[in-house]
Design a protein around this ligand. Structure first.
Ligand SMILES: [Fe+2]
Ligand SMILES: [Fe+2]
Length: 195
């Protein structure tokens, strides 16, 4: 990871510790996997990586125990996250034009919940592919499942249901490798159900 991204993560981690349960793991997992599936020729990492690292810092302003699936909470954490991200990036002397773009995207990052397909937002399409499939990852599965108060089998079906909705609303996989990675995670979770 580039030095500047490490500095961003360093500033963001204490906020994630105060924020939603499981978010430290969420962010670390995203940062680890995302660069394996999208290369720097396809997307500007200097936008994508800060969006990934900072997108949920706004949960540090959300009262503990709030329902993260509530639409008002979604809006609120995006707005707060955009403000906090600007402060963090300014402290690190990040280029101003990039800060504005990152802020704009963090403000929109959860708009899939309002039906957005991100068709003309490649950074958010990539980001959303991974933000979504976090719940199919080994750690994410149990973390999100507990939020939703579901049994493993029920939650596995729920993810399939969410993915059907993604397809219905036009949210596509950014590339074949990402889609295959998601399918692989789901196969692993399915195997886990029978053990
Ligand atoms: Fe979010
Ligand atoms: Fe997220």
């Amino acid at each position: 990871m580039k030095e500047i991204y490490k500095k961003i993560l360093e500033k963001a981690l204490p906020l994630y510790e105060k924020g939603r349960e499981g978010d430290v793991e969420h962010i670390k997992w995203l940062a680890e996997v995302i660069t394996k599936y999208v290369n720097e020729f396809e997307v500007d990492y200097d936008i994508l990586i800060p969006v990934v690292l900072l997108h949920d810092v706004g949960y540090s302003k959300v009262p503990k125990g709030s329902n993260p699936f509530d639409l008002d909470i979604r809006k609120f954490h995006s707005e707060e996250g955009a403000k906090i991200s600007e402060e963090i990036l300014e402290e690190l002397n990040y280029p101003k034009d990039k800060i504005n773009e990152i802020k704009r995207l963090i403000l929109k990052h959860d708009n899939w919940a309002f039906g957005d397909d991100f068709a003309d937002e490649p950074v958010l399409r990539i980001f959303n592919n991974f933000d979504f499939m976090w719940m199919a990852s080994e750690k994410g599965f149990d973390i999100v499942r507990k939020f939703m108060k579901k049994e493993p089998k029920e939650f596995y079906e729920q993810i399939n249901e969410f993915q059907r909705k993604n397809e219905e609303e036009g949210r596509k996989w950014f590339n074949k490798n990402i889609e295959e990675f998601y399918n692989q995670l789901m196969r692993e979770r399915k195997e886990g159900l029978s053990t």
